[in-house]
Ligand binder design. Sequence first.
Ligand code: V47
Ligand code: SF4
Length: 370
Amino acid sequence: MLEAILASQVIPEAQKSIACKIFEGKRISSEEGILLYYEGSLSLLALLADHVRRSINGKLTYYNRNVHIEPTNICVYNCRFCSYSNHQSPESWELTIDEMVDKVESLGNEITEVHIVGAVHPGRDIHYYAGLIQRVREARPGIHIKAFTAIEIEYMVKKAGLSLEEGLMILKEAGLDSIPGGGAEIFDEKIREVICGQKSTSEAWLEVHEVAHNLGIPSNATILYGHIEKYEHRIEHLNRLRELQDKTHGFNAFIPLKFRNKNNELSWIEEVSLIEDMRNYAMSRIFLDNIPHIKAYWPMIGKQMAALSLSFGVDDLDGTINDSTKIYSLAGADDQNPALTSDAIRELITGAGLIPVERDSVYNILDKQI
Ligand code: V47
Ligand code: SF4
């Protein structure tokens, strides 16, 4: 069967042997990943990614009901790709704890998760953020709180003079359940120097996640792609995540984030094509054989493209986010008020010939029908 499929496509021998490895469930090397990135056809990558996706998740395609809260855009850093911080955006904002708690309370049982990520505010410390988490926890005891990128955590922990273990335990005891994947950007110090020179190093990002995993706090991971990086950098990024996952098994999902070029200091860079987005999803699925879920963040690429990504290795569409996320609307996403009802997400998934499943934040199935 495999031979027949591969024979029906005219594939060079080197790619054929990588494809055979993937069909046999074997891990591919960085060199093989780079070769596929450069030379694999879109149809071959789709075939391979779909095979890996089906062997891990079958036809199940996950979504959850969540809200994104962005506490502030006032930032100590000034990443050149960022359209959102007070250095680029025409307005600065700081939500109060009451405003954030009111937002969560107003949504009642419509959501099972709150995702809290913002800028790195110089005046807000770990005790402030632990207080925020505690208030959200009191308001909605059963809700999953996924909060603060490794960059925010590193800053608040250092500012308090604590170790990462101590800082993360304070957040965990306040009610933090998991850590989102933001801030990873690209694990290459030379590129970081150009696109986000002041920000924590790759090593520091990985360390926050490693310590969190060791304390029983799961997390996600991201990559920011489509700026000045090359395929070699993307593979190195995936490889470092794959290595950490082998050690800790703490990553739930990987989320590729496409660089959007409006209103930031890297606006001169043309955005990559949608075909490149699909190739990137597929390569992520193929290479990261030990991270169970690949998530499309639909406010970034749009709903239709997110639906298409389901044929390129993606098995998770990020939530029923309402219109509170500014990170992408300011950076040029087409949808300026992103919102999707559960029915609309389910329709996108069934339209791709797959099975929609509502999940909780750690991928337990909540759907009664499954
Ligand atoms: O870290 C900022 C990225 C991230 C731009 O874990 C940009 O479930 C593209 O991490 N173009 C924050 N990307 C968002 C994030 C996230 C989103 C959805 C789900 C999860 C999860 C995490 O947004 C930042 C940065 O990498 N970003 N500006 C831009 N112009
Ligand atoms: Fe600040 Fe995050 Fe924007 Fe960088 S990407 S400037 S850390 S808000």
